[in-house]
Design a protein around this ligand. Structure first.
Ligand SMILES: Cc1cc2nc3c(=O)[nH]c(=O)nc-3n(C[C@H](O)[C@H](O)[C@H](O)COP(=O)(O)OP(=O)(O)OC[C@H]3O[C@@H](n4cnc5c(N)ncnc54)[C@H](O)[C@@H]3O)c2cc1C
Length: 320
């Protein structure tokens, strides 16, 4: 049975909810797991993950880890992994995707990114992961003594606490890496939004190039009404109609909300790669042959500039 090291991700002194997907991965893989919380303020944050059934919550609280510079985190993660773990698991977030290959490099470990499924076959972990922009799935195993994986947040839903209280143990900061010394941290400019994060939203209202400069004017009322996150196609982002961090797709965020509105989005395979796992897809497009209708559960052939305001009016009536 594998012994898994789950890496917690911290932001503003708290454990990010994305970490809960890596915990679900560990639970699904079977065996035992511990959670490593690293960062400045990790000691206080560790209490947030002691109720998830981990054997131990390991803590490395150090000002050197105050900022998300992967080169500073990798040596300590690799050192802890060597203390008896078979698998290092992160959530496939920006931070996870940054740190995991560096940890694998340090350990000489095989790395399987973007895992969408895991099962134990006769004591060997078999991973499922998307290939060819999500058009096919590969199953793979890793043959190195320690394995590194990143788990897709869209496929491993956030773990709920299971009760109990895992013991908390301090671990030392590993020797600093020469690579980290060549990096100067200048700052993090994160978009502040009242809306839910795309990766955690239950409803996403996404728009394409068709919305032009009216992207926000048309979509915001619908998103506000539904408490939804707003997403966008790459064409909409590239044209400057929507900020880049809203991009959904192969080269953007991968999401799987309960409800996904694709409004004025053609449905190119690169966009589908980021949203086709959504539970229910609603498409509004004026072209009846748009590929998005092939994956949509509900499709409306209409001009979005009429259809979306009408939908907002009807929803307001229905919800009082
Ligand atoms: C390597 C690579 C990576 C990529 N990664 C991504 C990615 O991560 N995410 C992504 O989205 N794309 C990605 N793309 C781009 C992708 O191929 C498409 O170009 C892009 O998704 C198209 O965006 P769109 O559907 O908004 O625009 P368009 O293709 O221009 O489609 C606009 C749609 O709006 C409809 N429409 C127009 N006017 C109206 C109206 N008034 N009412 C209703 N409907 C209307 C049209 O019928 C059309 O279907 C990538 C491409 C490459 C090569």
């Amino acid at each position: 049975m594998p012994n898994i090291l789950v890496i917690a991700e911290m932001l503003d002194g708290k454990v990010r909810k994305s970490t809960h997907s890596a915990i679900t991965f560990a639970r699904n893989a079977g065996g035992t797991f511990s959670i490593l919380v690293l960062g400045q303020g990790a000691k206080a944050a560790a209490a947030e993950v002691t109720g998830f059934g981990a054997q131990k919550v390991l803590v490395c609280d150090d000002p050197y880890l105050a900022n998300p510079v992967a080169e500073r985190f990798a040596p300590t993660i690799a050192a802890v992994a060597k203390s008896g773990f078979d698998v290092v698991a992160v959530t496939a977030s920006s931070f996870g995707k940054d740190v995991a290959p560096r940890v694998a490099g340090k350990l000489g470990a095989g790395y399987a990114p973007d895992i969408s499924g895991v099962k134990d076959e006769g004591g060997k972990l078999v991973y499922k992961r998307p290939v060819f922009a999500g058009n096919a799935y590969a199953t793979c195993t890793i043959n190195t003594p320690v394995q590194v994986v990143s788990a897709r947040q869209s496929e491993f839903s956030a773990a709920e606490p299971s009760g109990g209280a895992s013991p908390v143990e301090d671990v030392a900061l590993a020797a600093k890496d020469a690579a980290a010394e060549r990096i100067e941290y200048l700052g993090l400019s994160a978009a502040k939004s009242e809306r839910p994060d795309l990766g955690e939203a239950r409803v996403i209202v996404a728009g394409g190039r068709a919305l032009k400069e009216q992207f926000a004017t048309v979509l915001d009322p619908l998103a506000n009404l539904l408490g939804a996150a707003v997403g966008a196609s790459r064409a909409a982002c590239d044209a400057g109609y929507a900020p880049a961090e809203l991009q959904v797709g192969q080269t953007g965020r991968v999401v799987a909300p309960r409800l996904y509105f694709a409004i004025g989005i053609s449905g190119a395979i690169q966009h589908l790669a980021g949203m086709k796992g959504s539970k229910t897809i609603v498409a509004i497009n004026k072209d009846p042959d748009a590929p998005i209708f092939q994956v949509a559960d509900y499709g409306l052939v209409a001009d979005l500039f009429n259809a979306v305001p009408e939908l907002v009016t009807e929803l307001k009536k229905a919800t009082g």
